[in-house]
Design a protein around this ligand. Sequence first.
Ligand SMILES: Nc1ncnc2c1ncn2[C@@H]1O[C@H](COP(=O)(O)OP(=O)(O)OP(=O)(O)O)[C@@H](O)[C@H]1O
Ligand SMILES: [Mg+2]
Length: 364
Amino acid sequence: MTIVPQSFLSLQDLTKAFGKVIAVDKVSLHIEKGKFFALLGPSGCGKTTTLRLVAGLEKPSSGRIFIDGRDVTALPPQKRDVAMVFQDYALYPHMTLRQNIGYPLKVRGFPKKSIATRVEEVAEHLMIADILDRLPSQVSGGQQQRAAVARAIVHAPKIFLFDEPLSNLDAKLRLEARAFLKHLQKELGITTVYVTHDQAEAMAMADEIGVMFAGRVVQVGSPLELYRYPKNRDVAAFIGNPPMNILPGRLEPKAGGSQFSGEGYTLFFESIHVLEDTRAYLGFRPEQAQLMCDLKDSGIPAQLYAVQPLGSEVLITLLVGTETVYVKLYSESLPALPDLVRVKVDPSRLYLFDSTGACIKVPK
Ligand SMILES: Nc1ncnc2c1ncn2[C@@H]1O[C@H](COP(=O)(O)OP(=O)(O)OP(=O)(O)O)[C@@H](O)[C@H]1O
Ligand SMILES: [Mg+2]
C-alpha cells in the first residue's frame, strides 16, 4: 500500500549510487508547501545529486519522491513542474536575456504574444526589464543571476531548486541577492530547496535547514535550532561564524556529576553522569566566551595567536594546547591582551559531546 505523504515535497529513503560511491544515502525529507528549505553540507556530501534527483535529472537507485501528493519517481523532468537554477546560471550565451527567459515558454508551445508579455512582467519584477535585449556577456554577474531566476520562475513552477546560485557573486552583491531571493520566495510562496555549502547563507535565508554529511541528512531544524541544539559534533562544528570551538578531553564520574579534564583545566558538570572514564569533547561558541587577563582567574589556559578586527567585533585566535580556539568580542570591550589568557565561558553555555560525537549537554 502506498502512503501518500502530507508534505508538499517528500523524499523517502532516497538513495543514489554511482558505482561504489553512495552519493545520496537513504535520505528522507519532508518539506511543507511554501517553505524555503536549505540543504547544507560540505563539498561532495551529495547536495547537487539530491537536487538532480528531485528535478528528475538523475534516476534514484532506490527510494521515492513525492511532489504535491503525487509519486513522481518515474516521471521525466518536464513532467515534474520544477525549475532548477544551476550554480553557473547556465544562460544560453548566444541568446539575449529576453530569449533566455522566454525559452521555457517557447519549448512548451506558448503563443509568441503571451511569451512577450510574460517575459516583460517577470523582468519587471526582477528589475532587469531595461537590459532584456543584451546578451549574457553584456550584463553583470548579479544581472545574469537574476535572469537565470527569471527564466526559472517564468512559468511558475511547483518547486524551485537552487544549486549554489550565488557562489560566483562578490560579497556585496551576494548580500543583495540573498535578500532579493528571500523576498521573492516569500512573495511568490513557491516551495524552494536551496543548496549551499555556506552555513551563513543557509542560516540567513532558510525557514528550515537540512545538514548533510557523506550522503546523509543528519539533522533538520530551523536555523536557530541548529545553532542552539546541534545533534552532534559535526553539526556543531559546521554552524556558526566561526563555528563552535570543540576541545578534546576526558570525562570521568565524580560524586554528584562528572568531571571534564582538558589541556590544563578541569570542569565539573552536575547534570552529567557517566559510568566510567571516557573520551569526550567540550564545546562553546566564540561569541559566548570571555577572556580573562589575570592568570589567577579560573578558566581554560590559552595562548594568544592573532587578533583580527572585524569592525564592531574582534575575532581572537588562541591556542589551547595544539587546538585552535576562536573568541569573538565587541571591539569596545577588548582589553589589552597579554600572551597568556584564560578563556571563560558561563557553565550554562557549555556543550558536551560523548566519544561518538553525540551531543550530551546543551545550554539551558
Ligand atoms: N555522475 C557522477 N558519477 C560518479 N560520481 C559522482 C557523479 N556525480 C557525483 N558523484 C559523486 O557523488 C558525491 C556527491 O556529489 P555531489 O555533486 O552531489 O556533491 P555536492 O554536495 O553537490 O558537492 P559540491 O558542494 O562540491 O558541489 C561525490 O563523491 C561525487 O564525486
Ligand atoms: Mg554541488
